[in-house]
Ligand binder design. Structure first.
Ligand SMILES: Nc1ncnc2c1ncn2[C@@H]1O[C@H](COP(=O)(O)OP(=O)(O)O)[C@@H](O)[C@H]1O
Ligand SMILES: CC(=O)OP(=O)(O)O
Ligand SMILES: [Mg+2]
Length: 402
């Protein structure tokens, strides 16, 4: 019998999320997370789902290579090591795939070179993704390593949404266009939202709000992305944990000319010291809500700016789609922060949008509706599962190639 297990690695700038799945049985064998990679207080949390309790270790994990080796050791302790003949492939989230990669792709040297070439436009993410792939290759050189790109779902965007209004020749020479990210999540969540409505994805128009530490919105018409809020890099769009999202690009010239800041300093400012953390010193929505409830004005202003931007995108994508069947909230903030969901649609009753206070307060892991009965537009909470989606795409590709 051919092997049926897939290991999925979702390497972020300072974390690795992973899952080991058995695709034939449709079950998860282990899940885990390594956080704060590169710091003294790195933490690995491993949960075997074949029996036994979660294990947590803290202590310095220097880089993504060390992180992946630690994950491999944890899996081996449960008899689920990477040397298993039952492993069919390793699936990797790769954040930037440019215009080129529209499908999941088996990694070879040319693919690695392209991911590397795209580092300047995904400096926080592509290096970690590359290290994950290379380390996995050294651990299992015989296995297919499959790259699943954040950008792939957005390659259906029309030119009118994908192009910036800058000189065409310059844009083409430097491949400057809007690529969009979190595509695996937008694809999974828009499809799951259609299922929740009991309809096929082709029939429905959905606005997906992926609100994690990084955050993006997308407009999905009949299962295809027609616009999304991130652009050339994951900096454009919504207010995020540490990223500014949209602003007048001339802010950058001003900081250079008048603020005498270097390109790298401005890059760090906008990617790592802006957004919620720049506005109020915290990037965790739990902490911000706690402060808001205590009457903290700075946290309140940060929250208000976050919501204002979100609302603008809801309105914009409503206009782009013309008809909206559902709005889906997902990722850490979208799935957990009821006040964010309530505030984001407050005052939009004329657009057929509202949340039911009681439904909105319910917590859970299942996709669910939070709009009042008979609402014109369904408002939903749809937990994302990038790892499952990557596993499905990886396994489908490996099966096809066999
Ligand atoms: N219970 C909660 N209430 C409000 N916000 C939460 C809660 N749990 C997590 N979050 C938010 O979710 C964020 C992480 O989301 P996640 O989707 O895991 O992000 P990423 O994949 O970018 O690391 C945290 O920074 C925090 O702001
Ligand atoms: C592309 C992106 O912003 O990813 P993340 O939210 O994982 O940082
Ligand atoms: Mg994420």
């Amino acid at each position: 019998m051919s092997p049926t297990r897939v290991l999925v690695l979702n390497s972020g700038s300072s974390s690795v999320k992973y899952q080991l799945l058995d695709m034939r049985a449709g079950s998860r064998l282990a899940v885990g997370l390594v956080e704060r990679i590169g710091e003294e207080t790195s933490r690995l949390k491993h949960t075997p789902l074949t029996g036994g309790a979660s294990r947590e270790t803290t202590g310095p994990i220097a880089d993504h290579e060390a992180a992946l080796k630690a994950v491999a050791e944890e899996l081996a302790r449960d008899g689920l090591g990477l040397d298993s003949p039952e492993l069919a492939a390793i699936g990797h989230r790769v954040v930037h795939g440019g215009k080129h990669f529209t499908e999941p792709t088996v990694v070879d040297d040319a693919v690695l070179a392209e991911i590397e070439r795209l580092i300047p436009v995904a400096p926080l993410h592509n290096p970690a993704n590359l290290t994950g792939i290379r380390t996995a290759q050294t651990l299992r050189p015989d296995l297919p390593q499959v790259a699943v790109f954040d950008t792939a779902f957005h390659t259906t965007m029309p030119e009118s949404a994908a192009r910036y209004a800058i000189d065409v020749k310059t844009a083409d020479e430097h491949r400057i266009r809007r690529y969009g990210f979190h595509g695996t999540s937008h694809a999974y969540v828009s499809r799951t939202t259609a299922e929740l409505l009991g309809r096929s994805p082709e029939e429905v128009n959905v606005i997906v709000l992926h609100l994690g530490n990084g955050a993006s919105a997308s407009a999905v018409r009949g299962g295809r992305c027609v616009d999304t809020s991130m652009g050339l890099t994951p900096l454009e769009g919504l207010v995020m944990g540490t990223r500014s999202g949209d602003m007048d690009p001339a802010v950058i010239f001003h900081l250079m000319r008048v603020g005498k800041m270097s390109t790298d300093e401005i890059d760090t400012l906008l990617n790592k010291k802006s957004g919620l953390i720049g506005l109020c010193g915290d990037n965790d929505m739990r902490e911000i809500r706690r402060r808001v409830d205590e009457g903290d004005e700075q946290a309140q202003l940060a929250f208000d700016i976050y919501i204002h931007r979100l609302k603008k995108y809801i309105g914009a994508y409503y206009a782009v789609l013309g008809r909206v069947d559902a709005i889906a909230f997902t990722a850490g903030v979208g799935e957990n922060a009821a006040p964010v969901r309530e505030a984001a649609v407050a005052g939009l009753e004329e657009l057929g949008l509202a949340v039911d206070g009681e439904l909105n307060a319910v917590r859970g892991d299942e996709p669910r509706l939070i709009s009042p009965a008979h609402a014109r537009v369904a408002v939903a909470v749809v937990p994302t599962d990038e790892e499952l989606e990557i596993a499905n795409q990886t396994y489908a590709l490996v099966e096809k190639n066999n």
